[in-house]
Design a binder for this molecule. Structure first.
Ligand code: ARG
Length: 457
């Protein structure tokens, strides 16, 4: 098919190959074909409602646009099409079907409000998808939290054994992050719910278009309020990238924790075979590639967000061609979420816990040093002094390679005080909202499962 140039009139020579190679965007913005067809159909109908096009013409235009969708669904998107962008591609295809009438579709419309609308429709879908995948992973974690509400393991600060927690409590920490992530996608979607179509090139359309009806016909809550802003606003894309980057930052932390937990040194858990990888050289290896990729993609997503913000920061109103560079980062990051989240969800569901190794690690009674100090403080010793006393006792125990319990009572520590060196007791005591007591964890996990299974966060 021949290239349909949308802007040739005032030019004395055709576009140079060098211009086309640099300027054309069809190679990537063809991903917006479905949105372009949808918005074009809505525009044709709005033109009819405004009395600009006859019902007969609009019927032909709509049928032609629908046919393009069916055709592409059947034969796939042509990769070698010689078009400037998805908008000129659609117009060329339409012209091949309905002839010169195709040229009437662009009445009162600009590619500026057209691309803003197509991309907004796309980003709205990406936001909904982001929220959905974040919730699915959160639900998998909440279910594991319910099952492992009383499973003790060491909790860490500075990656040094600190105080005991339960594995369920660890799961719920990530549930909280993911719930906020899902909420962030939802919030961004509500801000993105305004339709730019009808903003023209920059100043508004001169036709008597009912923009409220047009907006609703495309599933938007309302039309955008300022045409200059509407054709150049890419906040929805930036918010998608931020919400996705922060989600990936959370996933990267989850991945890092699991890499540590499944390491040979920790051995708290093993990855399900189906979600681990091997080495071409070392037969014994079972590697956490999925987790490492999640960690790596977090870094790249931060770059995608930074890249888009940098593109936007110096742009004079209204549309500038720099804005053509808004799409690929969003396409790429949406693609990453679509494959990363199901893989991580599978790992969470299939993770094989070694309860024995976890319990053994959690039984290191140095994890209960705080408990012992609290016990002395409860008997009336100032906590600072209790901290010192227990600290000295720890040093003695370490020098002898013994546990605190094995050292037994001392001048300041009674046999009664040593009863505090009990993991289950320490866990059960953290029984306020947000604490690691199995009772709290079970309750919080149950509530999270209920909310998430019902589609809320
Ligand atoms: N391919 C362009 C983009 O993605 C479409 C809008 C072109 N508008 C223009 N004034 N050149 O931004």
């Amino acid at each position: 098919m021949t290239r349909r140039q949308l802007w040739g009139g005032r030019f004395s020579e055709p576009p140079a190959q060098a211009l086309r190679a640099f300027n054309d965007s069809f190679g990537f913005d063809r991903a917006l074909l479905a949105e372009d067809l949808r918005a074009s159909i809505a525009w044709a109908e709005a033109l009819e409602a405004a009395g600009v096009l006859s019902p007969g013409d609009v019927k032909k235009l709509v049928a032609g646009l629908e046919e393009i969708g069916v055709e592409v669904a059947k034969t796939g998107m042509p990769h070698d099409a010689d078009d400037e962008d998805v908008h000129s591609f659609v117009e060329a295809r339409l012209a091949a079907k309905v002839g010169p009438l195709a040229g009437k579709l662009h009445t009162g419309r600009s590619r500026n409000d057209q691309v803003a609308t197509d991309f907004r429709l796309y980003v709205k879908d990406a936001l909904a998808e982001g929220a959905a995948v974040a919730r699915s992973l959160a639900l998998a974690l909440a279910r594991r939290a319910e099952a492992e509400a009383a499973t003790p393991m060491p909790g860490y600060t500075h990656l040094k054994r600190a105080e005991p927690v339960t594995f369920g409590h660890w799961c719920l920490a990530y549930v909280e992050m993911l719930r906020r992530d899902a909420g962030r996608f939802d919030n961004a979607a509500s801000r993105a719910d305004e339709c730019p179509l009808g903003s023209g090139a920059l100043s508004g359309t001169p036709l008597p278009i009912d923009r409220e009806t047009l907006a609703r016909s495309l599933g938007f809550l309302r039309p955008t309020a300022n045409s200059l802003d509407a054709v150049s606003d890419r906040d929805a894309a930036a918010e998608f990238l931020f919400a996705a980057a922060l989600l990936l930052v959370h996933l990267s932390r989850l991945a890092e924790d699991l890499i540590v937990f499944t390491s040979d040194e920790f051995g708290f858990a093993a990855l399900p075979d189906a979600l681990a990888t091997g080495s071409s050289r070392m037969p014994q290896k079972k590697n956490p590639d999925v987790l490492e990729l999640a960690r790596g993609h977090a870094g790249r997503a931060i770059g995608e967000l930074t890249g888009l913000l940098a593109v936007l920061k110096g742009l004079p109103l209204a549309y500038d061609k720099d804005l053509q560079l808004d799409k690929e980062p969003v396409f790429r990051v949406r693609g990453v979420l679509a494959v990363a989240l199901p893989a991580l969800t599978g790992i969470v569901e299939g993770l094989l816990l070694d309860h024995g190794r976890m319990a053994l690690a959690a039984s290191d009674d140095r994890l209960l040093a705080t408990e012992l100090a609290d016990e002395l403080a409860r008997r009336g010793m100032p906590f600072r002094e209790a901290h010192e006393v227990v600290g000295r006792r720890i040093a003695e125990a370490e020098a002898l390679g013994a546990t605190l319990a094995a050292l037994g009572p001392s001048k300041e520590i009674t046999a009664q005080d040593l009863q505090a060196l009990d993991v289950r007791r320490a866990l059960a005591k953290r029984d306020t909202t947000g604490g690691t007591a199995p009772r709290q964890v079970a309750r919080a996990a149950k509530a999270a499962v209920r909310r998430l299974a019902g589609g809320a966060s």
